[in-house]
Design a protein around this ligand. Sequence first.
Ligand code: NAP
Ligand code: MG
Length: 503
Amino acid sequence: MATAAEELFTAYNLGADAQAFVAKPGKMLIGAEWVDAQSGKTLDVIDPASETVLTTVPAGDKNDIDAAVRAARAAFEGPWSSLPPTVRELMLFRVGDLIEKHAEEFAQLDSLDNGKSATVAQQVDVGMAIAFTRYMAGWATKIEGKTIDVSLPFPDVQGFAYTRREPVGVVGAIVPWNFPLIMAVWKIIPALAAGCTVVLKPAEETSLSALRLGELILEAGIPPGVVNIVTGYGEDAGAALASHTGINKIAFTGSTEVGKLIGKSAMENMTRVSLELGGKSPMIVLEDADVDRVVEGLSMGIWFNHGQVCTAGSRLYVQKNKFDAVVEKMASAAGAMKLGPGLDPTTQMGPLVSKKQQERVCGYIESGLAEGATAVTGGGKPEGKGYFVSPTVLTNTREDMKVVQEEIFGPVLVASPFSDEEEAVRLANATRYGLAASIWSNDLSKVQRLIPRIKAGTVWVNTHNILDAALPFGGYKQSGIGREMGRDAVTMYTESKSVLMFV
Ligand code: NAP
Ligand code: MG
């Protein structure tokens, strides 16, 4: 008899490769071995659209982390950090090719695990993962120091001084569930390009694509131990990794709350640390904007990935004369969206990742309504199975409301009008976050005046949520510390060494 998971795979028309991967016992990667947790404990992998348990993966804890860190250290001291850069580059290019070869499978695994649309995931998530891998592979051969003129106070000697950039060592990487494959690649590939080795802890909700990536990393010829993947809970495996004295750097993406804990344990050991944290990014629409043209982009800004995006444009500020028209069009487009499983190609918005997330998001909507906000569309969860939340637009909000100040991380937009540029800047900057912002206008001088005044790591103009492998990405204020992407990502995984020689 078919199990519930098998019946689901048939209903979803799931590809043979993804089925075969999910059907295998879930194991994690330590050194060359695919293993269970030493404790034997597991955690469930759940399809958020049907609430069906698909399989299990190991629930690793500090003992597994310790073994993984030792494997990563041995691989770092072993051949990896001293391989010629061209060899590392070639191996990473092979990883990019293998992700491309398995693009459909990756999209389906992330869709099953996270609830996101498989069609969108193949184009956006997997497409970005491939482009990013190739871009970062190229950095392996472009890491450079400088020669520096020094002024020595000794007349008889000359000095020759230069800097080297050396790999920082063993990297502990902890990532969230919203873009499972992309998050794993963002951490692993630049670290490897720089000559580091990695222990990755994926989010408890979404381990599958990271584990599949681990298989392909070995297939690409990257030596065992260079990448280790320990699945498990944040409080156990994650905390053990962040506080481990055997790692040299921790690279974290996740919430500001957990980021602060990670920062504290990093300071304890003086571990290098970078934090990509939450956001509450504003979308600012100026009075000249063409309503019909901007609504589609604004919709992508908030509804993409069901609002579970760190840069989601979750606060909409529209200049007074256009406010009603923009909100009405945003709300009617949102109200018409078809909710369904991510593997159904007609779905426009899938479920949220977990019951916990569904309850959290609905809790925020209720708090907004209780404090006097109006739901122009949506307002809660639809009937039936799955962790769905209807896309919700709230107006009549006040600045001090939780729905305006806190990151909801779901399909909820708060919208309010502003009178002039001064007010727009004040509102845009009035949260503890500073990850991103977008300005919608063709009035270039206004736009250029606004850009330096917005406290955010990324400002988009007439678009939102677009990232590129070459463009540094990270947060101001409580949205994080450090920049990923571009040269900055590689710099982050290296130490600078100054050399001074008397000649
Ligand atoms: P989260 O709760 O902070 O979790 C992120 C990761 O940290 C998960 O792997 C989690 O494990 C782990 N973790 C939890 N507690 C830990 C602890 N005490 N010590 C060490 N690790 C711990 O965030 P999330 O709910 O998964 O993801 C949503 C958040 O990520 C949002 O705030 C979003 O803005 C942010 N995010 C930021 C970016 C960016 O680039 N700025 C990108 C994407 C997402 P578990 O899975 O077991 O909880
Ligand atoms: Mg979590």
